[in-house]
Design a binder for this molecule. Structure first.
Ligand SMILES: Nc1ncnc2c1ncn2[C@@H]1O[C@H](COP(=O)(O)OP(=O)(O)OP(=O)(O)O)[C@@H](O)[C@H]1O
Ligand SMILES: [Mg+2]
Length: 250
């Protein structure tokens, strides 16, 4: 269970998160939508402890992660996986080392973890022949899969994805979404995906919309196309900007 209350974050005089509240039930698959620059990545980073909020709480199974320090903090973040907006692979490491990084950091030898890395690679639909390739030699879709495989190394219970399909072709988008859903089901995880891609609604259980630093709407994904919230209506149909009252509901 994730409970966010009064989350607030400014950069200088610019307030990005403005007293945001949101609850996510265990095993929920939540898609977060919102305009570019609204603060979706900043929100996810606050949930995972990469950005410290100015105020508010983020409770993960009752524990306020914004207050945790040291070993307790490390332990709770090991149960979470985060797939970055731009895959965030380390260019100087090959695929084996990138995926194995969480265990290599724990002192494991890359050769010893190879079978597990191959297993995770296969679970994201990549063949073992990419093991010794470097990020520069991979396509965008392959990089996203490698980023996902790295996250899966620790079998996380809560998975956060930031724009996992941006810049990919429609077929790869579908494959990545299916992979996220498969991982969600197999791990019995709680999944939060930030996405611009309306195809995610076919896989998510819930949709939440971020607007002006707050979650202004949350509802079931299966009902999203009938949503009467004017901001959601406009956003998911890609309608041009303009006074919200001018939207003609269809
Ligand atoms: N570390 C930072 N320091 C200062 N400003 C930041 C920082 N990170 C983000 N911002 C600002 O916060 C705002 C929200 O950024 P964020 O990356 O969260 O947007 P987003 O909704 O994820 O957009 P996109 O859909 O384009 O990824 C932007 O104005 C951005 O410039
Ligand atoms: Mg972003």
């Amino acid at each position: 269970m994730i409970t966010i209350q009064g989350l607030t974050k400014s950069f200088g005089s610019k307030m990005i998160t403005r007293g945001l509240d949101l609850s996510v039930e265990p095993h929920e698959f939540l898609a977060i939508i919102g305009r570019s620059g609204e603060g979706k990545s900043v929100l996810l980073k606050q949930l995972i402890g990469l950005i410290k909020p100015d105020a508010g709480s983020v409770k993960l199974n009752g524990e306020d992660i914004t207050k945790l320090r040291g070993k307790k903090r490390q332990a709770i973040f090991r149960t979470c996986g985060y797939v970055f907006q731009f895959a965030a692979l380390l260019d100087s490491l090959n695929v084996l080392e990138n995926i194995g990084l969480p265990l290599i950091e724990d002192g494991k030898n890359p050769e010893d973890i190879k079978p597990l890395v191959v297993e995770k690679l296969q679970s994201v639909g990549l063949a073992p022949d990419v093991l010794l390739k470097y990020p520069d030699e991979l396509s965008g879709g392959m990089k996203k899969r490698v980023g996902l495989a790295r996250t899966l190394m620790l079998s996380p219970q809560v998975l956060f994805y930031d724009e996992p399909t941006t810049g990919l072709d429609p077929i790869t988008v579908r494959l990545i979404h299916e992979l996220i859903k498969k991982t969600h089901d197999e791990q019995k995880a709680t999944t939060i995906v930030v996405s611009h891609d309306v195809e995610i609604f076919k896989f998510a259980t819930h949709v939440a919309m971020l607007h002006e630093g707050k979650i202004i709407y949350k509802g079931l994904a299966k009902d999203i196309w009938d949503c009467t919230n004017p901001y959601v209506h406009q956003f998911i149909r890609g309608l041009p900007e303009g006074p919200i009252t001018q939207i003609g509901f269809v």
